[in-house]
Design a protein around this ligand. Structure first.
Ligand code: PEP
Length: 248
């Protein structure tokens, strides 16, 4: 399977900064096929810009969230049909920042994943434990509970999701899970997927949490790490391209 390196810009960017960043990435690729599939998940107001600047390139794009509702009186929400119209291939769902700061539950994340799939957008489903949960020996239980909710909701479409294991304590902190720690959790998630789909090997399981140009190669070398979800380092063209190259 080709690895997938997806960037999560979070709430960063401006029209001018995005144009410069995207141009630097496209220049860096130089029209060649990258060593991994690439995607960038941008704030919703910039998705039209990504569509216009990335169309026809090797870089796909996506959103950082999607509504669990189809359409209607849901002020502030963005529907999957809108994302689809803007050419999005992916939508992150259940990022820990949304679970933590916006009270998103496992059930809501599962509904979002289901809505994304139904609308033809691939959900990148984030799971991960806090430091307190890891210290209490609860990592496996937490990630399995989070993924189980999504598997239950999407059922026979499970092989069409992307999963991102993102230990909360590693996001934006500069603390990365060791390749062994990450692989251990990825193997648990793969086994859980195997019970739900005939083709667990088709599901990309990404690692996210302070992945950067220096540590990407050793993480991506693990057998069940199929790519990365990259926050901070996706805002620097050279770093992001280096991570993509590390996937070779
Ligand atoms: C993320 O936001 O999904 C993430 C992994 O962030 P960072 O790479 O900055 O830790």
């Amino acid at each position: 399977m080709r690895k997938l390196i997806a960037g999560n810009w979070k709430m960063n960017g401006s029209l001018a900064a995005n144009a410069a960043l995207l141009q630097a990435m496209l220049d860096g690729l130089g029209g060649k096929t990258p060593a991994a599939d690439m995607a960038l998940c941008a704030p919703a107001p910039y998705l039209a810009q990504l569509q216009s600047l990335l169309q026809g390139s090797a870089i796909a794009w996506g959103a950082q969230d999607v509504s669990s509702h189809e359409q209607g009186a849901y002020t502030g929400e963005v529907s999957v049909a809108m994302l689809k119209e803007l050419g999005c291939r992916y939508a992150i769902v259940g990022h820990s920042e949304r679970r933590q700061y916006h009270g998103e539950t496992d059930a809501l994340v599962a509904a979002k994943a289901q809505r994304a799939l139904a609308g033809g957008v691939t959900p990148i489903v984030c799971v991960g434990e806090t430091l307190a949960e890891r210290d209490a020996g609860e990592t496996e239980r937490v990630v399995k509970r989070q993924l189980a909710a999504v598997i239950h909701a999407v059922a026979h479409c499970t092989s069409e999701i992307v999963v991102a294991y993102e230990p909360v304590w590693a996001i934006g902190t500069g603390k990365t899970a060791s390749p062994e720690q990450a692989q251990q959790v990825h193997a648990v998630l793969r086994a859980q997927l195997a019970a739900a789909t005939e083709h667990p090997e088709r599901v990309h399981i990404l690692y996210g949490g302070s992945m950067n140009a220096a540590n990407a190669a050793s993480l991506l070398a693990q057998p069940d790490i199929d790519g990365g979800l990259i926050g901070g380092a996706s805002l620097k063209a050279a770093d992001f391209l280096q991570i993509v190259a590390s996937a070779a």
